[in-house]
Design a protein. Structure first.
Length: 194
């Protein structure tokens, strides 16, 4: 009797293990098929100037000034104004993500909770996640698990041939305590198919 119970237990465990392996193989196949399909789709990103944002600790500014910054009148590095367009050259609708990737420089980093961000459309209307009252910091953005050092800024979809223009304003928060040491924070703006 004991031998039959052991055989039954071994068969049950074998079936469970084989089922788990089969499910994992099926998931891996679907992930590869999805990656293969996405490799055929392209996304266009065009920057008015460039994709690099470099901020320094010379002069923290208020959210009111940062949100209304037009790209002129403030020394470079105190606040940044970046206009960029994401376009869909494909024949099908695509889902996309706009993300930021921090990179290191030769100066000490400003903590990311002091880096303020305000994203609007080309008519200066705040986009989802960015409203008139709350200003998001780099620290508040979701990390992308498959892109180390990158944070999700925005996600959306575009129909075939459609494009969308964004304006990203960034600055060092006025809650930052000035330091005599030179500090900075730099990142790139990127987009990808979701």
């Amino acid at each position: 009797m004991k031998k039959q119970e052991n055989n039954h237990l071994i068969k049950t465990i074998s079936i469970i293990l084989l089922s788990i392996i089969a499910v994992l193989i099926i998931i891996a196949i679907f992930v590869k098929i999805d990656e293969y399909k996405r490799s055929f789709y392209k996304i266009g990103v065009r920057y008015k100037t460039n994709d690099v944002v470099k901020l320094n600790n010379k002069l923290p500014i208020s959210d009111a000034i940062g949100k209304s910054y037009s790209g002129t009148g403030i020394e470079t590095g105190i606040a940044e104004y970046k206009e960029f367009t994401v376009s869909n050259p494909n024949e099908k609708k695509i889902k996309y993500e706009v993300y930021l990737t921090k990179f290191t420089t030769n100066v000490k980093d400003i903590r990311s909770n002091y880096i303020k961000l305000y994203l609007t459309d080309d008519k200066d209307n705040p986009l989802e996640g960015f409203n008139k009252k709350k200003v998001v910091s780099y620290y508040d953005l979701y990390s992308l698990s498959n892109k180390p050092g990158s944070r999700l800024l925005y996600s959306g979809s575009l129909k075939s041939g459609e494009s969308k223009t964004f304006i990203l304003r960034s600055w060092v928060a006025d809650t930052y305590v000035l330091s005599s040491d030179e500090e900075g924070f730099s990142f790139n703006i990127n987009a990808r198919i979701k």
